[in-house]
Design a protein around this ligand. Structure first.
Ligand code: HEC
Length: 271
């Protein structure tokens, strides 16, 4: 009897392991990925970039030989704690809703005297060519760690951008008739090894948004949210927008609004 029961238990276990059970396989892959992230988290290469970002923030640079220390990221000049978590937001001085990257470029132009071209030429890194923007955004992002994402989008301009972002998220277009929601609108979806996450819920959007900027192991580089979203537009087979385009800031406003209340944990590590 005991033996028969044992046989059954072993049989069930074997069926789970080898019976093509997609669920068992899925959770195994997810476990492995979690272990891999844990192993890397101790020495996230992005930590070095954060240090570099800090020195770029305080260094006098550009035609005006000024640092970025007086840059107002939305909480007052030089106040960085919690700034990333509350962006995008409306800025009176530019009469625009700005995200962390557009605001940073604005400060590089107004405080340091760089042209927009100079400030954005290397907005993302290539092998052998580092990006100041990546370093600065990593530094600014980490200053929000432990704080809640807070983008209620109550100002009329912010509300308008959040609405526009939501519209873009669900709008099907391009040669494949894709939308963001096709890949990111349901629970439990995956492309090959990558969990896609349901970005329409607070939990899903929160899990994603709290970890950016992130070090992407497959790319060997830190990616900012602008880069992440522009690349997703490419994945959707849509025309790629320019860096700092309103469509990207609108999507960020919508996603940060959905993620509001989630505690920041950046820089993250991604595949
Ligand atoms: C063809 C499928 C596809 C489409 C369409 C798509 N994405 Fe993605 N998206 C991905 C993949 C794959 C990843 C990477 C997941 C990973 O690395 O774990 C990703 C990652 C993301 C992330 C980061 C998630 C995280 O957990 O860190 C965000 C945010 C995102 N996409 C937003 C969008 C938006 C907004 C759109 C529409 C403009 C969009 N995506 C369209 C496939 C897609």
């Amino acid at each position: 009897m005991v033996q028969r029961m044992l046989k059954t238990v072993v049989g069930v276990a074997l069926a789970c392991a080898f019976g093509g059970s997609a669920i068992a396989q899925d959770s195994k892959v997810a476990d492995e990925l979690a272990k891999y992230r844990e192993a890397l988290a101790d020495g996230n290469p992005a930590d070095l970039l954060e240090v570099k970002g800090e020195s770029l923030w305080t260094e006098k640079r550009g035609p005006k030989n000024a640092s970025l220390e007086q840059c107002d990221m939305g909480l007052g000049p030089g106040k960085l704690e919690g700034a990333y978590a509350s962006l995008p937001k409306y800025f009176k001085d530019t009469n625009k809703v700005m995200d962390v990257e557009s605001r940073l470029v604005h400060c590089m132009m107004t405080l340091q005297g760089f042209t927009k071209e100079e400030a954005t030429r290397q907005w993302f890194s290539r092998p052998g060519k580092e990006s100041d923007i990546e370093a600065l955004v990593t530094f600014i992002g980490a200053k929000s760690n432990g704080m809640k994402i807070n983008v209620p989008a109550t100002h009329p301009e912010e509300a308008r951008m959040a609405k526009m972002g939501e519209y873009i998220f669900y709008r099907r277009s391009g040669p494949q008739d894709f939308s963001c929601s096709i890949c990111h609108g349901q629970d439990g979806k995956r492309i090959r090894l990558q969990d896609l996450g349901n970005l329409t819920t607070q939990e899903g959007a929160g899990t994603a948004m709290k970890t950016w900027p992130s070090y992407r192991v497959s790319q060997g580089a830190v990616w900012t949210m602008q880069r992440r979203l522009i690349d997703c537009m490419r994945q959707a087979r849509w025309p790629e927008p320019n860096y700092l385009a309103d469509s990207i800031i609108a999507l960020e406003t919508y996603l940060q609004k959905t993620a509001t209340g989630t505690v920041m944990e950046t820089p993250g590590i991604k595949r």
